[in-house]
Design a protein around this ligand. Sequence first.
Ligand code: SF4
Length: 363
Amino acid sequence: MKPLHARYPFLADAREAVEAAGVDLAVLVEDGDPAVDRAVDRVRSAVVERSIGDPTDTRTELLSYPIARVIVSVVDTRICTQRYAQAEASAARERFEDELQPGEGLRSGGEQVALRDVLAEFDLHGQVHARDGPLETAQAYEIDVPAYLTYAADRRADRWRLTRRRVADGRVRIDREDLFGLLEAAVEDRVASGLPLAVPDVLEEALDEERETIEAALSELDLTREIDTVVPDLFPPCMQHLLDRVQSGDHLAHHSRFAITSFLAGIGMSTDEIVDLYQVNPGFGEEMTRYQTDHIRGETSPTEYSSPSCATMQSYGDCVNKDDLCEEIPHPMAYYERRLDDADDDDLDDWREAEADAEESSS
Ligand code: SF4
């Protein structure tokens, strides 16, 4: 096991080093090896902080990577897998940028890998062409279009769109920073590939505590910053039920009203929009809704409140009409996020836009 493997555990060489060492992951878990704690730290940090935490010694670092992939598989929720792969990729990119200095090769504890080796690892060698000097030292490159699309297609920023790029003779112009961005995408694909793994029952049971630690971290996540789309048809069943009751004029217990109001605030709705959405039945309490929404947002209180997790919803009897997806998620917000991700863009008619259109056509 070399330091290089510990720093880049997703490389084929690193995987072979683990295999050659004949390590049995189940035994490591059973023995409470430090690599297990580090694996939990890797995944928890990825979920909460979008990083992979602080590195330890070579052996622990290298062995924690396959264990982390097993833990992610046992947790088996999309957001955990996605954040874990992104965090590993982001850490790899930082190391590439730091260590893959022009002309120096990749230095890691005396080990060296050249840029051409990293490209070869991801089937990019021969498809990336330096434009202003040798491959290792160049600042400007061209990459074959199919290779570019393989790794740029999932990048969200507009600058990755092919239409924003200079393309000539089947090649796309990129600079050195873009090249590292594509390598980051390649690492993310590599880390996520094969997840979730098929984990033997015995190993899954042995990792019960570790799974609970990650699920607890997931249930505390504030996913609200990432959601700003209101499609009631995709709400989790509990929130659809509560919204139906509000709109029918039912009197909701405080915890139920808090749950639906904090959920709606959490998906990006303003106080006025929540009042409008509730106001189907004229008997609803507008003043109470405004007060509660402002309070939840932290505008009239010292705290900004998150909507309750599934565990809390269950304990208050607010978890109703569960469906198959409910078995896979720890939080109503995660349910909604998943439904949004899985929906076709054409089906994502934001309730607020439909309301605005309706108002415009009636005026
Ligand atoms: S499991 Fe969670 S998302 Fe599903 S109905 Fe219950 S509280 Fe809502």
